[in-house]
Design a protein around this ligand. Structure first.
Ligand SMILES: [Fe+2]
Length: 218
């Protein structure tokens, strides 16, 4: 439920062929459902419902033909900014699972109006899902801030790559801290390219984490 497999619209898959390769690798690994979540980040990836659905349409038929069992759909990964807030005001977001909205914020500082935006997301009837909470360095010394968000109804989505040390020791520790406390609702690949899936194929996690991992399957 978090990846960048749609072709040519963000920093993920560059073309249809790469998208098919990524999706095929995920299916071979046992994935039953893929929700594509391209970036919507006005400054760098100014995507819209149109650009996302057009990119999806370029591969949807091929995916269905090749992987008839796979549930394949799209949503978006929204960067918190004023553009997001205006889409929210118009109730024009692309959710997954009916009303779940995947959001991310900057890596240098939390969004200045984070609490207010979360409240607005919820008031509009959406469920906020914070992407990769283990990647925000400003929470490393205070993971309880993430717990507080979770207690306020923000679902947390870990990137599986954290367990492959992709975000360093602190990222892994943060991911383990959240998972071991049962604070995580979703696990995603956040796959942008094949290298990420290769890393995941070699992933090893401690067996004591398996119950928490299984609790995140959807
Ligand atoms: Fe992402």
């Amino acid at each position: 439920m978090h990846n960048h497999v749609l072709p040519g619209i963000d920093d993920g898959s560059p073309d249809i062929e790469s998208s098919m390769e990524l999706i095929g690798t995920m299916v071979d690994a046992g994935y039953k459902r893929i929700v594509a979540t391209p970036h919507i980040y006005k400054e760098f990836y100014p995507n819209s419902r149109d650009t996302v659905s057009e990119a999806f349409d370029t591969i949807a038929e091929k995916v269905k033909e090749k992987h008839p069992q796979l549930s394949f759909s799209f949503a978006a990964e929204y960067f918190l900014d004023e553009h997001f807030e205006s889409l929210l005001d118009q109730k024009a977001l692309m959710p997954f699972r009916d009303n779940h909205v995947l959001i991310e914020q900057g890596f240098f500082a939390p969004y200045k109006k984070l609490k207010e935006v979360i409240f607005n997301i919820q008031t509009k009837g959406y469920v906020p899902v914070l992407a990769h909470p283990e990647r925000y360095p400003y929470y490393y010394a205070k993971p309880e801030k993430l717990q507080e968000l979770q207690e306020n109804g923000v679902l947390l989505q870990l990137n599986l790559l954290a367990f492959a040390n992709r975000y360093g020791k602190e990222g892994r520790q943060q991911a383990e801290w959240l998972l071991s406390r049962g604070l995580v609702s979703y696990l995603g690949t956040d796959a942008h390219r094949m290298e990420h899936l290769q890393l995941l194929s070699q992933l090893k996690v401690s067996s004591k984490m398996l119950p928490q991992i299984e609790a995140c399957t959807w």
